[in-house]
Design a protein around this ligand. Structure first.
Ligand code: 5MY
Ligand code: ATP
Length: 614
């Protein structure tokens, strides 16, 4: 621990910077060189502790087992020391030590903390005040680099602008342990699902437009989109600071969207750093941020750490009960449902070290899903070609910037929080399923009968019989040679066909011949139109035009891919926002299931997310 003591007389130098659920951050306004360019991270204590908040001050024996391999946490006398070691030995190597400052522990007296608590009171969001206060029982705080500024200012009047991004989880889970009925977790990010839940419980006043899949996409365009979406709905995922002072977003993590009044303030603040016309600086800044995210490659690294969560909480929670040697509450609740509980039996038979690994990696991923990035920029002087920082040239304004990226909030998540994670996950998914059901019935209840008729019962189609017919018909393909069909000009993959005249008796005979082969639903629905005087002759795409030998076989597959993108039109109503996240195909299948048009949901998803591993 650093030999620095902070007592009541120092409290006036420390001013409120912000806070999260667990800590208050103070920035330094004095002149002691040890503290200049640093922030102090002071622990909070809940006023009404929920279960998971009642974290014991020492590491439990099971937590010791969990982390002992990575760093000697078993010998850490307190949880605080263990947490500090966790940042140094578990998170920093995984994220890159250049981008992490674990900080140093400094002694703080009780009267220092009491004075701080009093001084910051009026600046804290009221809901944070009701929730928790400075923990005056704690005898230390963490001194960490202030990532919103550059350590050595180039000039006296240097300005740095920094952005804080809490990107949350950037991938869709694909664990086999996710229950079938929770399949929406595979299609929509945890962030988006949680937004729906938060909106319902009035934790946010509107849904965030941000989608972590854009941020982690590795595509410049999508990253820029995600930054713009964060800017329009920042919640607690986006803040901007000018020389450490907030100029956009909410201090302490706003529950509600409160940013609009800050928009002008941001444009004004940016004039100290960005040389662009008034009205254009915010746009340039968002482009700059997106370029830095793209170039740093740090989100790829972060994603790898997040993906240590391989089993999803629906799998990891079972390993947790084995780690703590307790009967699995989740299996108990599945009770009679043998089919469901069987799928978890294998997880309860693995050796302890494997269970430990699953839980440990789940918790590391949990830290990675909750941390934030701070990206700071300052104007790069032309005469300073050897800056220690990376540089970005913003081409349209012709200005160069130094930039640096750091990770903050790398806290160890307590083992005792596993059940909380499971319960929250279940609450979120149940809430979203309920909302989806309501939305779908509201949307589709009134549909006209013609739409019902157009729905085919796929399962009822005689696929085997059809396959047999295709094989028998191989010899009939000589028709292709006789007609000498050509493809539609300019397209090798389309044959529009040619119109041929057909007599009424031809059609009547055809109708009779095919009758027994047609699915009964189709027969009752419609018949060959014998009044038509033409038909279309089209290539038989299930065979090759010229067979190489008499007994040639070809096998072909027919795929109906359906609509492969998610609509993003501004004309989609806010309450129809589900259309933006789930394909029309998936939504329609739910509708079909409800109306017994299909007997089960299709596993197929036309929307291929480029970042998801299939
Ligand atoms: O569960 P989540 O995704 O809501 O994440 C919690 C965060 O909520 P949010 O990002 O607003 O959705 C939450 O952030 P806020 O308090 O809402 O600003 C905390 O970061 C919490 O971590 P901890 O309890 O302080 O260790 C976070 O809890 P963890 O799940 O990371 O343990
Ligand atoms: N090293 C730093 N440099 C600059 N600002 C910081 C630093 N660390 C934290 N902050 C600011 O203080 C805020 C709260 O800090 P932090 O995220 O560590 O709190 P927390 O209570 O651990 O958060 P959480 O709610 O995620 O548990 C951050 O959102 C950020 O604005």
């Amino acid at each position: 621990m650093m030999e620095l003591n902070l007592n009541a007389k120092h409290a006036g130098d420390w001013i409120y910077r912000g806070e999260g659920a667990a800590n208050i951050i103070l920035s330094y306004s004095g002149s002691t060189s040890d503290f200049v360019g640093k922030v102090l991270r002071v622990q909070k204590v809940k006023r009404n502790g929920t279960n998971y908040e009642e974290v014991p001050s020492d590491l439990s024996m099971h937590e010791g087992l969990l982390w002992n391999e990575d760093c000697d946490l078993l010998s850490a006398p307190t949880r605080e020391i263990a947490e500090h070691l966790y940042v140094q030995h578990v998170m920093s190597p995984r994220l890159g030590s250049n981008h992490v400052d674990a900080g140093v522990r400094v002694l703080v007296s009780r009267d220092f903390l009491e004075a701080v608590a009093k001084n910051v009171f009026s600046q804290r969001p009221s809901w944070r005040v009701t929730d928790a206060d400075v923990n005056t029982q704690c005898d230390y705080a963490l001194l960490i680099s202030d990532h919103s500024v550059f350590p050595q200012a180039l000039r006296d009047e240097e300005f740095s602008i920094s952005v804080e991004i809490k990107p949350k989880c950037g991938f869709l889970p694909c664990s086999n342990y996710i229950l079938e009925e929770h399949t929406m977790k595979r299609c929509m990010t945890r962030f988006k699902l949680h937004q729906t839940f938060k909106l319902k419980h009035k934790k946010v006043s509107q849904l965030s437009r941000y989608d972590p899949l854009d941020m982690f996409s590795g595509s410049k365009e999508r990253i820029l989109k995600s930054i713009k979406d964060l800017f329009s709905t920042p919640q607690n995922n986006f803040r901007v600071f000018l020389n450490g002072s907030l100029v956009f977003g909410c201090l302490g993590g706003g529950k509600y969207r409160t940013n609009v009044r800050y928009d002008r303030a941001l444009e004004d603040a940016l004039k100290f750093v960005i040389q662009a016309d008034d009205g254009m600086r915010t746009t340039c800044f968002l482009e700059l941020v997106s370029e830095a995210v793209f170039r740093s490659g740090l989100l790829d690294r972060l994603l790898q750490v997040q993906k240590l969560d391989v089993f999803d909480i629906e799998g990891a929670v079972h390993a947790y009960y084995d780690v703590v040697s307790q009967p699995c509450v989740v299996c108990r609740d599945l009770g009679e449902d043998k089919q469901q509980s069987d799928r978890y039996t294998s997880l309860h038979t693995i050796p302890l070290d494997e269970s430990l690994k699953i839980v440990k990696e789940y918790l590391i991923a949990a830290t990675a899903k909750d941390l934030s990035l701070m990206i700071s920029f300052r104007t790069r002087e032309k005469e300073d070609p050897k800056s220690a920082y990376n540089v970005i040239l913003h081409e349209s304004i012709g200005q160069s910037f130094d930039y640096k990226v750091s990770f903050i909030d790398l806290d160890m998540k307590p083992l005792g929080k596993m059940m909380h994670y499971y319960e929250l996950d279940q609450k979120i998914v149940r809430c979203c399923m309920k909302m989806m059901k309501n939305e779908i019935s509201a949307n589709f209840e009134e549909k006209s009968s013609y739409q019902d008729k157009s729905i085919v019962e796929e399962d009822d189609y005689p696929t085997r019989e059809l396959a047999g017919l295709i094989l028998q018909n191989l010899s009939c393909q000589t028709i292709c040679e006789k007609t000498g069909w050509k493809s539609v000009e300019g397209s090798n993959h389309v044959d529009a066909g040619v119109r041929v005249l057909v007599s009424r008796d031809f059609l009547e005979a055809v109708a009779k011949n095919v009758f027994s082969k047609r699915p009964s639903r189709r027969v009752s629905d419609s018949d060959v139109n014998t009044h038509c005087d033409y038909a279309l002759l089209i290539s038989d795409h299930s065979v090759f035009p010229q067979g190489l030998c008499d007994e040639e076989f070809s096998i072909s597959v027919e795929i109906k891919p359906k609509c492969g993108y998610l609509p993003c039109s501004n004309y989609i109503l806010e309450e129809h926002t589900i259309n933006r996240y789930m394909t029309r195909f998936k939504l329609h299948k739910t509708f079909k299931l409800k109306h017994k048009k299909v007997s089960q949901l299709s596993r197929y998803d036309p929307f291929l997310d480029p970042r998801k591993e299939y």
